[in-house]
Design a protein around this ligand. Structure first.
Ligand SMILES: [Zn+2]
Length: 174
């Protein structure tokens, strides 16, 4: 396994739509494992392939709390079959928008169909934080960030701060 560099916003690569995988084969399994390792190290509770520069419909999540056993999900080609009418608001963050958080409302429960790491079709009923996290990661596959769910004013403040932080980190021109 290897850790992968995470793309930080603003970056046009985060706005692209990811393509379905034809099959979960060894290369997709390796991507899933590398993404999980990258996510745990960061640390984060979810990561989508476009965040590490792979335009594939692959996400990993683990919403287990600190004192619980790890509960990783390796998900390819996720498809939301059902969303609850009831919404839940969470303060969301993102490894591609480090140190920024905002309240986002999403359906509280979802039913998901996906391919697991053995290329088997699976269904999952997710609620609460797991449902939020999966929806956040699926958004990445559509080129959507959590700041796209909040007001343009708040979004621009966050993106401007991130752009400034990037400029300050860039090496000085020689
Ligand atoms: Zn994210």
């Amino acid at each position: 396994m290897a850790t992968l560099p995470i793309i930080v916003a603003p970056d046009l690569r985060l706005a692209k739509k990811a393509k379905p995988v034809a099959k979960v084969d060894d290369s997709v399994r390796r991507l899933m494992d590398d993404m999980l390792e990258t996510m745990y190290l960061a640390p984060g509770i979810g990561l989508a392939a476009p965040q590490v520069g792979a335009l594939k419909r692959v996400i990993v999540v683990d919403c287990a709390k600190g004192d619980e056993d790890p509960a990783p999900y390796k998900i390819a080609n996720p498809e939301i079959l059902w969303r609850s009418d009831e919404l839940m608001t969470n303060s969301e963050g993102c490894l591609s928008l480090p140190e920024h958080y905002a309240d986002v409302s999403r359906p509280k429960e979802i039913r998901l169909r996906y391919l697991d790491e053995q290329n088997e079709i699976r269904e999952l009923h997710a609620k609460g934080l797991l449902a939020t996290c999966i929806q956040h990661e699926i958004d990445h596959l559509e080129g959507v960030l959590f700041v796209d769910h909040i007001s343009a004013l708040k979004r621009n403040i966050i993106l401007r701060k991130l752009a400034k932080a990037k400029r300050q980190k860039a090496p000085a021109p020689v």
